[in-house]
Design a protein around this ligand. Structure first.
Ligand code: GDP
Length: 297
């Protein structure tokens, strides 16, 4: 883990002997490498700045113990701060502390993986926690979207709300909750429509659904491959909807996962789950230490 950053930092400190405490000059040099590693991993610039400041504060004057080199010392501090910033508490489960049927609202841009993730979460709650889950698509924008969710639901062996043409998202959400109550479902997952970019209409629509259903979770689904853009997305959704958690998709791809650090910094909400493929079981708990390793390369 952290091999490349470790090596680079060792290079920075080459020729230096541990001298008891890290000096400001040593740390400044090392932080240049840290900054580059973070930018390389697509961490958003303001987040990089804050991060580097935190590391600087902790590193300057810190004792270098005999058993580690100054480079290793900085890597350890970087790693510690990274894990803290990613939510050191470890995997945070989906909140199911609410009266049944528990609404879970899925939000995000079109193509982020929202519908796929709705199916994955339904499958996980059914298989692991033995919950009765109802899936409902509120996407009235794309005719195929409601069918897509119905197909995913079928694959997962989870019922989906029958499609009724002509209803608004709020009407569908209310109907889903009624069915949930009437038929004794534990959880109702509401998959909202995405747009290709953030707009007021989308936010207003989701806000209305939220007001009507009072969800236990408002989960933002974000594509890890979108890197820097993910920050703007997260900020806009969080400002409008006060999200309670993030699902980072496409972490099976090349993305180094810098978006994870940005998400947490911008929204304050924990990353709860990570999508690692197209299949329905390709969903994992978020482990800060693993993602830290990946970001730091
Ligand atoms: P939505 O528009 O946000 O509902 O996005 P979809 O759920 O339709 O997903 C868009 C595409 O991304 C589909 O082809 C999914 O199979 C794919 N996808 C979703 N999550 C992941 C993931 O974690 N990894 C990979 N590789 N593909 C994913």
């Amino acid at each position: 883990m952290f091999e490349s950053l470790s090596n680079k930092l060792s290079g920075v400190f080459d020729g230096l002997r541990a001298r008891g405490a890290l000096s400001e000059a040593d740390v400044t040099e090392a932080l240049r490498e840290v900054r580059l590693a973070l930018l390389d991993s697509d961490v958003a610039l303001p987040v990089v700045r804050d991060f580097v400041t935190k590391v600087r504060e902790r590193a300057i004057g810190s004792e270098v113990l005999g058993s580690v080199t100054p480079g290793q010392q900085v890597v350890k501090i970087v790693n510690d701060v990274m894990i803290e910033q990613l939510g050191g508490e470890g995997a945070v489960p989906i909140n199911l502390n609410a009266p049944a049927p528990i609404p879970i609202l899925m939000v995000g841009l079109q193509g982020s993986g929202k519908t796929t993730t709705s199916g994955k979460i339904a499958l996980r709650l059914k298989d692991r926690l033995r919950r009765r889950v109802l899936l409902a698509s509120l996407d009235t924008q794309r005719p195929a979207a409601q069918l897509q969710l119905a197909q995913l639901a079928e694959q997962a062996g989870v019922p989906s709300l029958p499609i009724v043409a002509g209803q608004t998202p709020v009407q569908i959400a209310n109907r889903a909750m009624d069915v949930g109550r009437r038929e004794g479902f534990d959880v109702v997952i509401l998959d909202t429509a995405g747009r290709l970019s953030i707009n007021q209409e989308l936010m207003d629509e989701v806000r209305q659904v939220r007001a009507a259903t009072n969800p236990a979770e408002t989960l933002l689904v974000v594509d890890a491959m979108t890197g820097q853009d993910a920050v703007n997305t997260a900020k806009a959704f969080n400002d409008a909807l006060q999200i309670t958690g993030v699902v980072l998709t496409r972490m099976d791809g090349d993305a180094r996962g810098g978006a994870a650090l940005s998400m947490r910094a911008v929204t304050g909400a924990p990353i709860k789950l990570v999508g690692v493929g197209e299949k329905q079981d390709a969903l994992e708990d978020f482990h800060p230490e693993r993602v830290a390793g990946r970001i730091l390369g």
